[in-house]
Design a binder for this molecule. Structure first.
Ligand code: PHE
Length: 478
């Protein structure tokens, strides 16, 4: 009897492994992973940091970190996924039975992110529809944005529209949904961002004082470093900013890349795919700067702000200053941001959905329904954080915030660095890097930066990450 049960169990497990969805090939995988990586971080955070952190110096640090630190973390997570055929919740335990807690911790991050990402996605849809329907340009009025998010129902309705789009894609499955839409949306996003960036560089504007600024002047602000007065401390701040940004931008330490890795076929060249994902993500971030920095430099005297302020307050003013074409550029811009946000939120949702499927062996439809209901309730609460549930909290990093900021702080500043540090310890010291190297070199492919990888995962990455964690939770201040 026992034996029969055992055979049944094994057969069942094999069934599930065999049934597991896969990406159709390398292109599908690269586009889907890039879809997750390219998100609001590329568009509203990278350009802001580049301007704040001495242009070229930040960009240089970012690129060097991308090919060392970023490549190490991305390779590790994707390989863990492909090796175990499991999503984040169960993958780590499969590698080392005592480290299952790391799977739980990593899977907690998307659970925290999903509600507030839907709220922000709703704001993006609201602005997109405004550019589509409202030529009066309400968006440029002072307080338009803060009034909008303080409304009782409208932000919730837009968050639900955003969530419905994402749910539809996740319900449709890995290759008929996520991969299919990433393959369509990512190339369009790329074309849109190139188009707007080129347009932004050709701009020129003379202000009331008769001073003419051109797009190329803005380009200089973005790219040319200023080394005068730069101290070691300044450099260190830039380095930490670049690392924090990279880390968030490539979607690591939240189980996403483990989950996507689990859908990659064994004959795909992992190293080559990882390089392409990173190149795509970095080029979009650089283009976002080319698109935003010159435009803001030319038309706005307030300078660059970070986060929602840049996208929902400064940029609409910039679009308005462009004259009649500004409406069209604004529409294209919010369409592009919507694509970036949708493909990212899909990855967050899929990570939770897939973890539930792997852990509780239920169908995709059931799992997706549970997650959708959770996101619906969660994002409603986040939206209510700006009206009925409004309060102000002082966060340890010196900022004040509402529900959205608290969730963002817990996931980005605390949990993500912690998950990444623990992943480095697990792979670098407990199970040893060979496990990842063997996965990457399956099928005879070369692991091009093997020695670099070993040094990074064992020593450099964990040390840098500990500093980042200490800085982001306020133990050290720079
Ligand atoms: N990588 C995304 C970005 O750059 C961030 C992200 C992806 C956040 C998925 C959450 C979920 O914006």
């Amino acid at each position: 009897m026992k034996g029969v049960c055992y055979i049944k169990l094994v057969a069942n497990k094999m069934d599930i492994k065999q049934q597991r969805n896969t990406f159709t090939g390398k292109l599908g995988f690269v586009m889907t992973a890039a879809g997750s990586a390219v998100g609001l971080g590329n568009i509203w955070r990278f350009p802001y940091l580049a301007v704040k952190d001495n242009g070229g110096v930040f960009i240089l640090c970012y690129i060097i970190l991308a090919v060392t630190f970023g490549f190490t973390l991305l390779t590790t997570e994707i390989s863990i996924g492909r090796k175990t055929h499991q999503s984040s919740l169960t993958a780590y335990a499969e590698i080392n039975s005592k480290w299952g807690f790391l799977g739980t911790l990593a899977s907690l991050v998307p659970v925290i992110i999903l509600p507030y990402y839907c709220a922000i996605g709703g704001w993006v849809i609201k602005y997109f529809t405004l550019y589509l329907t409202d030529p009066k340009q309400d968006t440029i009025q002072d307080n338009f944005f803060s009034n909008f998010i303080a409304e009782r129902y409208s932000p919730i309705i837009f968050a639900i529209i955003f969530l419905t789009l994402a749910s539809f894609i996740v319900f449709s499955g890995v290759n008929k949904g996520i991969e299919k839409y990433s393959k369509i949306l990512m190339p369009i996003l790329f074309v849109l961002i190139i188009g707007i960036a080129i347009y932004s560089l050709t701009l020129s504007h003379t202000n009331q004082d008769g001073i003419t600024k051109t797009g190329l002047d803005g380009l200089k602000v973005y790219l040319i470093p200023d080394f005068s007065n730069m101290t070691i401390k300044d450099f260190f701040i830039i380095l930490m900013d670049a690392m924090g940004q990279l880390f968030f931008s490539i979607s690591v330490a939240m189980g996403i890349m483990v989950t996507y890795g689990s859908y990659v076929k064994k004959d795909v060249n992992l190293m080559q795919s990882i390089n392409q994902i990173e190149i795509f993500d970095t080029i979009v971030a650089l283009l976002a700067g080319l698109m935003i920095v010159p435009a803001v430099y030319i038309f706005s005297d307030d300078g660059m702000s970070a986060g929602p302020g840049l996208m929902f307050i400064s940029l609409p003013k910039v679009f308005n200053s462009m004259g009649s074409i500004g409406n069209f550029i604004g529409l294209m811009f919010f369409l592009m941001v919507l694509f970036a946000a949708i493909t990212s939120v899909v990855s967050v949702m899929e990570t939770i959905v897939s973890s539930i499927i792997d852990k509780f062996k239920i169908s995709r439809k059931k799992s997706a329904l549970i997650v959708t209901i959770y996101a619906l309730i969660g994002s409603t609460i986040v939206c209510m954080g700006y009206n009925v549930l409004y309060f102000e909290v002082n966060l340890p990093n010196g900022t004040t915030g509402q529900i959205l900021d608290i969730l963002d702080y817990i996931s980005n500043n605390c949990l993500m660095p912690l998950v990444a540090i623990l992943t480095c310890i697990l792979v670098g010291w407990i199970v040893k890097p060979k496990i990842i190297i063997d996965e990457v070199t399956q099928g005879g492919y070369k692991f091009t930066r093997k020695n670099l990888y070993i040094i990074m995962i064992k020593y450099v990455a964990p040390i840098l990450l500990v500093v980042l964690l200490m800085q982001s939770i306020g133990i050290i201040s720079l």
